[in-house]
Ligand binder design. Structure first.
Ligand SMILES: *Cc1c(COP(=O)(O)O)cnc(C)c1O
Length: 426
């Protein structure tokens, strides 16, 4: 599509946008003068769906009115509450409802998955992560290695971009698999990289690694609700994600976990167990003979925090009403391409986009390295905040901009670039 630079063109795109009405389903933070912020930070904390207040209040009211009977009463009894989220979560990641469970937080789930899927032997004991993995993933892997008595200096292989480059190259992943494949037990990689916004080819990497006997897990923190996923067909072994970024489910919301059916149905797999993972029929017989549910639910530990699940339900319903990831991705590609176009028109002198320019290798986020005349990148970020743009700054020099197709408009993007160009031109 041929873009134009004027504000009228942005407004026309918004009028033509079949998803535009969903913007009104969210609460936008306000500036002190009452105007809405230009919120481009959904990759850090997604906005609150207006209806989350109702779904959460529903459960508070039920608790007040019914006490313990709430486990079995009402439209959404607490006992099976997580089951109400399985199908809509599964749709977002391309899985069967039996392969997905909403539980715990992201890092907790990474640990639980590694307990099952990282079983080092003397020959095969290494874990591959990226050099710039999110700190929590790095610590989780390091501590799992140590837990098995393995020195991370030997057991942790770090995938690095080449000298002077920002993105990991596909051929370097292949080379690592070729050279060290027999000693690698597990690859734990991002779906979409949090810093660069690079969308990795999950299907392709999974195929290459598994062909060498490597187990493959993905951290989808920045991929879920952002890009279309087909975890089942791609044969991914396991995946974990959080729900407070693109899934708009609130700070610290309960996360999600995918276990491929060929593993989920295997009740003999080792795991750290809890009563919520035990067979539902006999759970309350309290007989203490653990019998895992033969689905992803078999990794649950505890009965879940219902108030958090209620907010997730509000959000997942909106994804369903929007028609799922196909129409969202269609708008997202256009919105991000429009952002790229305006940056190239108005700020190319100051801004270097480190995210891949190929739409098939990125989600909605663009990561911008700033080199303005008189201002540091950090100062540019501060100017943006001063002018009502909420976006995120990452050391050493990146401003991450995430136009989210569910609630951001083309006008948001237009106004953002206008403010950015003015700041850089100061
Ligand atoms: C956001 C994020 C986390 C956060 O982990 P929590 O356990 O939810 O606090 C971890 N890893 C990645 C890649 C993330 O983007």
């Amino acid at each position: 599509m041929q873009f134009e630079t004027g504000l009228a063109f942005a407004r026309q795109l918004d009028r033509d946008d079949p998803l535009a009405r969903f913007r009104n389903a969210f609460n936008f933070p306000r500036r002190s003068d009452g105007s809405a912020e230009i919120y481009l930070c959904g990759n850090s904390l997604g906005l609150q769906p207006k209806r989350a207040r109702d779904t959460v209040t529903e459960e508070l009211d039920k608790w007040a009115a019914l006490g313990v009977k709430g486990h079995f009463s009402g439209e959404h009894p607490w006992m099976p509450y997580h089951e109400f989220l399985a199908e809509s979560s599964a749709a977002l990641v391309g899985a069967g409802a039996d392969e997905v469970v909403v539980m715990n937080s992201l890092t907790t789930n990474l640990h639980l998955m590694m307990v099952t899927f990282y079983q080092p032997t003397s020959e095969r004991f290494k874990i591959v992560i990226e050099d710039h993995a999110f700190p929590s993933d790095h610590y989780a892997v390091e501590s799992q290695l140590r837990f098995h008595g393995i020195d991370p200096a030997e057991g942790m292989l770090l995938l690095k971009p080449r000298e002077g480059e920002e993105l990991v190259r596909r051929e370097d992943i292949d080379a690592l698999i070729r050279e060290q494949g027999d000693s690698i037990a597990l690859m734990l990689l991002p779906g979409v990289q949090y810093y660069t916004g690079q969308w990795w080819n999950i299907a392709d990497i999974t195929r290459s690694a598994q062909a060498r006997g490597i187990t493959v897990g993905f951290d989808l923190a920045h991929a879920v609700g952002n890009v279309p996923l087909q975890l089942h067909d791609w044969q991914v072994d396991f995946a974990c994600w959080c729900s407070y970024k693109y899934l708009n489910s609130g700070p610290g919301a309960v996360g999600g976990c995918f276990v491929h059916r060929r593993h989920a149905s295997n009740t003999a797999l080792p795991r750290f167990a809890g009563w919520w993972g035990h067979d539902k029929e006999s759970r309350f017989r309290m007989e203490n003979r653990f019998q895992p549910i033969p689905t992803a639910e078999g990794w649950q530990l505890s009965n879940p925090p219902i108030l958090s699940l209620a907010a997730i339900r509000a959000s997942l319903d909106i994804f369903q009403e929007a028609g799922g990831m196909v129409p969202l991705r269609e708008k997202s590609e256009k919105l991000t391409a429009y952002l790229q176009f305006l940056l190239e028109q108005h700020a190319s002198e100051f801004i270097n986009i480190i995210t891949p320019l190929d739409p098939q290798q990125r989600g909605c986020q663009l990561s911008l390295c700033c080199d303005a005349r008189h201002l540091s990148g950090r100062a540019v970020h501060q100017r943006l905040e001063d002018h009502g743009v909420t976006c995120d700054w990452r050391e050493p020099n990146v401003i991450r901009i995430a136009p989210v197709p569910l609630y951001n408009s083309f006008e948001d993007v237009h106004r953002f670039v206008e403010i950015l160009a003015a700041a850089c031109n100061e």
